[in-house]
Design a protein around this ligand. Structure first.
Ligand code: AMP
Ligand code: MG
Length: 342
């Protein structure tokens, strides 16, 4: 939690310092297991921030796997029975299924039982036995979920974990509130999920620091800075949640193909896309998926053009690989070598 707070504060500092002039309102909350900051400018600012906070808390109650009374927990406990989840959650599950199909299974919310076996849901971390992982992996697979427009049924003993997409979905909802209430400028940081809305009051782009994965506890250590206007930027990193056992580090992004933390050669992935409806969710799903894929597959996926996005990959061997759309807006820092894919 302390680390998450550092990251959020770093984002806030960079954005705040470069903001200025016009009247700014800000609100900080803890929700979805992370520290969040919402900032808006103009006369609607106070109201929209309250609405954003209410909305995120509503989603937390609906989607959290660690809250026993949430809808997702009810679905996970339903032992194979059909649950009336409502259209909103059914649509998010359908979107998740589409990202699983598009990413060749790198993104998969049904990896939940495996995530639990590693202790990431309870903070009681340990390395599971290979045999246990093999049994749990048999319960993983989006095709085992039956979905209708407003119901869902999991196979018995399955589970879902929306941790890799819920904050992105929440950032989409915040963008929706900003749009409806005609907020001209502002930003929201939900852990590693950032929405840059409009531009700064001085007309220049917002500036977001990409945390240096090699210095996760230093909120002023960056692998780079990106300038953004009306965009989402979502980062998945192995430094964001991990534990150590017998001198080895195990992080929270699981490769559904092996049941082990993805050992893909990447330490951080940021996905950037225009602040258009659905793109917050897309950036969140894809940042997790590209992390699992690793550099080569991630670049291939980006080249395929199935989704319109830009990316920043930080590799274990000290490189920062960006897509060409970010060439003018990204500045590398922290001694990394920057390469642009073509
Ligand atoms: P993120 O920080 O968005 O990359 O999401 C990571 C979180 O999503 C983890 O803490 C798990 O709860 C869950 N998760 C881990 N691996 C995967 C995966 N391959 N696909 C979907 N969700 C995952
Ligand atoms: Mg994600």
């Amino acid at each position: 939690m302390k680390r998450i707070l550092t990251i959020v504060l770093a984002v806030c500092m960079v954005m705040g310092l470069l903001g200025c002039s016009e009247k700014e309102q800000s609100l900080q909350i803890i929700a979805m297991d992370t520290a969040m900051t919402f900032t808006a400018y103009g006369k609607q600012a106070e109201d929209v921030l309250q609405d954003a906070s209410t909305e995120v808390r509503r989603l937390d109650k609906l989607l959290s796997r660690t809250n026993e009374s949430s809808l997702v927990s009810q679905l996970n406990a339903a032992e194979g029975n059909k649950v009336a989840v409502g259209q909103e959650v059914a649509a998010l599950l359908a979107a998740s299924a589409a990202y699983t199909a598009a990413t060749g299974g790198a993104f998969d919310i049904t990896v939940a039982p495996v995530v639990s076996a590693w202790g990431f849901t309870t903070d009681s971390y340990h390395v599971p036995a290979q045999k246990e992982l093999e049994i749990l992996l048999e319960r993983v697979g989006m095709e085992k979920i039956s979905l209708t427009e407003d119901t869902a049924a999991l196979a018995p003993e399955m589970g879902i974990d929306l941790g890799a997409i819920a904050k992105g979905y929440a950032s989409d909802r915040i963008a929706e509130l900003f749009r409806e209430q005609e907020v001209q400028r502002g930003w929201a940081a939900l852990g590693g999920n950032v929405l840059a809305w409009g531009s700064r009051p001085d007309g220049k782009p917002w500036v977001i620091g990409i945390q240096d994965p090699a210095n996760p506890n230093d909120g002023t250590a960056y692998a780079g800075m990106i300038q953004l206007e009306s965009a989402f930027a979502v980062t998945s990193g192995s430094y964001q949640r991990f534990f150590e056992e017998n001198g080895k580090i195990y992080h929270h992004i699981i490769d559904p193909a092996t049941g082990y933390p993805a050992d893909s050669g990447l330490v951080s992935v940021t996905v950037v896309a225009a602040a258009e409806p659905g793109n917050g969710t897309m950036c969140d799903a894809l940042s997790t998926a590209l992390f699992v894929m690793g550099e080569e597959r991630a670049v291939e996926f980006w080249r395929s053009g199935s989704y319109e996005f830009d990316m920043i990959l930080v590799t274990e061997d000290g490189r920062v690989v960006i897509s060409p759309g970010l060439e003018d807006s990204f500045t590398v820092e922290g001694g990394y070598v920057c390469e642009t894919v073509s």
